[in-house]
Structure formats: C-alpha cells, structure tokens
Design a protein around this ligand. Sequence first.
Ligand SMILES: [Cu+2]
Length: 420
Amino acid sequence: MKRMLCGKVGVNSLLASIVLLLLAGDALAHGERAQLASMRMRTVHWFDTQVTPLNVKVGDVVTVTGKFVTSVWWPKHMPSIEETVYLNIGVPGPTFLRLHSEVNGVPMMRSTAFPLGKVYEYTTVLRARIAGRYHVHPLLNVMDAGSLVAKGTWLEVADNESGEPFVNEVTTLPGDTIDLETYGLHGVGGVYFWHVLWIMMGVGYLVYWLATKKELFIPRFIRIREMGDDRANELLTKRDFIASSIFFTLTLALILGGYLWAENKYPITIPLQTGLVDVEPIEIPSGDLEVVVDHATYELAGRSLTMRVNMTNHGDSPIRIGEFLTANIRFVNAEVNEGEFYEGEEMVSMDGLTVSVDYISPGQSVDVELVASDALWEKFRMTGLIHDPDSRFAGLIFYYDDAGTRYYQEVGGSVLPEFF
Ligand SMILES: [Cu+2]
C-alpha cells in the first residue's frame, strides 16, 4: 500500500515537472518573437542595449542603457508613438524596483512623445527584488498600440548572503519612514484584513442560501418560468427578505465605515500623478552617406533580405558598411566588424551581412547590394514578413569612416517576397 502511494506521488511530481518545463519553455520564447515581423521591423530600432552587471544579488543595482531610433516607416494602421509613450522594463512580474529612468537626460517617471526618425538614449536603474534568472528587456508602452519590446539579456539574481528579507524604505511627505514591501499589508485595516472581511461577507451570503434552500439557481429559474414573472416574489420567504436586508445594510455600512476610517487614518493624500513631459530628440548622426533604396527582396528559402541601394559619399573619408539592424537582429559585416558588442548580447549574426563593395570612396556614387542572411530570420519568426499586407521593411544601416567613427541611418521601402 505504501509502495503504491509512493508510486502515485512519483507520477504526480513527474507530471508537475513536465508541466513546469512546458511553462518554462514558453517563458523563454516571449517578447522578441511574439510580435508581427512587420511591426518589429518598422516601429522602434533598438541598439546598443546593455544590461550591467549580469550577475547580482537581491538588493543590488542593475543598469539598463541603450538607444533607439523611431522609424519613419511606422505602420499607418498602428497608433503612433508621437502621441503618448512610456519607457518601461519587461521582466516577468515585480522582480525589480525601478529607481530611476531617463531619456535624453530627461527623467521619465511620466509619459512622453517620441517624434519619428530621431535618436533617443535611455538609462533605467533597477534594484533586484526577487532571486531568479530573468530575460530583461527595455520596452516602450505605446498608448493604444501595446508594448514594443527590445531584445532581452539574461540576468542572474541570487539570494543575498544574509538571507534577510528585501526592504524598500521610503520617507513619506509628512516625514515617516515606511517599508513599501509590507506597508499597509497587515493589521486591522490592512490589505489582508479587508480582503478577508469581504470574502467572509460573500461566503456568508452564499452559505445562507445554500443552507436554507434545497434548490438553487436553475430549478428556481425554471419554477419562475412556469409561474410567470409576476409571481416571482412568492419564491422569497420573509426570512430570505430579512437576511438579504441585513447583508445589504452591512455592505453599505462597511463601505461607508471603511471610507470614513481611511479618511481618518490617512488624512493627507495626493492623487496618483500623471502627465506628459517633453523630451528633446537627437538627430540621427547620418554622416555624409546618402542612401537611396532601389528595391528589396526577401528570399524565403534562403532566409535572406537583399537590398539594392544607391550610395553616395558626400564626405572626404572612405565609408565602410558595418551592419544592418532590423527587428532587434544584428547582421554584422565580418569584413568591417567594428560594431559595439556587449556581454550577454543575443540575436547577433556575426557574419550575417555581405556588402558588394568594400569602400565607398569620397565623391563616389555606387549601386550596392546588401544581403542580410541568417537562420535568425527563421528563429525569430521573421518569415511572417510575407503575410504583411503592405510588404514593407525598415532597418538601420551602420557604417564607419576612416577614423572608425560610427554613423547610422534608417533605410526602408517595399519588399518583395521570393519563393525560389
Ligand atoms: Cu525575452
């Protein structure tokens, strides 16, 4: 008997771990793959995303920095980022505290608007709250459009050595120091108190009906149908009426009493703050290269995007094309390879970009073929591009002058799928 029991427990826990594994597998594949390919290509180009450090303990500070360019190819059918947008961090649950965030030097505790075709440099400072391994993504919540996610970086948060609970102390405006981790949770009038009280009210009301009636919802409903609506009151006894009245009065009394009690306990309150702040955008440092896209094709079988562009170098230094970035995937030209790379960075194809010319000399105007190909197209479900009703693409081209200075600019246009 004992043995059988053990066997049963074994199977159960095995099932439980399979379910957990399945769930975990799901969690690995969120964000960067979930959105429409066209949406990821033509909304926000995130780059230089850096999360430091990658191994911390509960209570430590983590900094997320990076830049993004808002695409001038923003889909017309999508609510615009030029209206209301909020810089946020995408992690599973309340695992971090946000201590500070800014865009182009402006504090970002509020929403803002980001005009298209500009550069924004952001910094978000977090404090690790719960131990675990998280895929940390910067993201933008665009009003009515949802969140636009940058690629994630794995971050390990270990328990702190002391094993003491995480505290998050702040000083209120009247000068009290409180721990937000536990503030208002316990005691009479705390969150637990009110939840238990209302659950008891609800359960009590249900128990009254369950205990006093043999039949409940559907039999009574059928009876009313048989008797007719005008005789429905006959189903209600005097006792039912009194009990319901007591519950009704108690509910109103609790609401009013709770309100008066809260007013008395917390006399000074201010409403939740909202509003918009202005951020001065930065111009794209596009250097002296003029890029005109002739056409682009996407080869489904070859998992590659081919762009034919005309490039004119208006400067006095030769220019080399180093990278093409779209939908958070970096296609790097192995020949040039001066791109900035960061610890823990994902979605980089180190030799994913081939460029038909090595240099664009000063004054030269030349037709260039850029091919961005890698299995990452498939892995990140970019093949969905062909289901896009308006078949357009956009991305950033990064290039370098003689001195190694990096410039970039957005390219975009229509893209034709090729099936063979
Ligand atoms: Cu992720």
